[in-house]
Design a protein around this ligand. Structure first.
Ligand SMILES: [Zn+2]
Length: 158
């Protein structure tokens, strides 16, 4: 019962989303919790000489509970026709630190906007050389306030 309602809910939401998208040509839905990270992504790109206009690229972003527990908690979805969008599982999002939220959003925008693939290269100490690592155990994630700048350099100027 609950599942059916949840499913109906998401279908209605999707229809609204599509309807909205058609009405307001050129605007896409971005969850207000994601907006600061989208803005900062664009700013960091421009600082590094990469001109990005997320509104122009029609990148949408949503945070919502996922029905399928098996899905990755954050994704860049690239449908064949419509614009790309990122989706993040709501409970997962609430538990993240500010820096981890930035990491997650920037990583997904790396896929969606910069068209980057996963890169699991590491240094001698096993630290990931890119924030585009696959998140598996192949290298150690060292994204912190000290390393942030060099990771962003790598992200935008790969
Ligand atoms: Zn990824």
């Amino acid at each position: 019962m609950t599942n059916t309602f949840a499913r109906l809910g998401s279908i209605v939401a999707l229809l609204l989303f599509i309807a909205c998208d058609k009405e307001e040509a050129g605007t896409v839905f971005v969850d207000s919790r994601l907006v600061p990270y989208f803005t900062s992504f664009q700013k960091e790109a421009v600082t590094r000489g990469v001109m990005i206009d997320l509104t122009q690229s029609k990148i949408a972003g949503e945070i919502m509970p996922f029905e399928e527990q098996t899905e990755a908690s954050a994704q860049c979805v690239q449908p064949a026709e419509e614009g790309h969008y990122i989706r993040i599982e709501e409970n997962y999002w609430s538990g993240l630190s500010e820096l981890k939220k930035e990491f997650i959003v920037f990583h997904e925008l790396g896929h969606c906007v910069l068209d980057r693939r996963h890169l699991d290269d590491q240094d001698e100490a096993g630290r990931c050389l890119s924030m585009m690592h696959s998140g598996s155990t192949s290298c150690k994630n060292e994204y912190n306030s000290d390393t942030r700048n060099s990771y962003l350099d790598e992200l935008f100027n790969h």
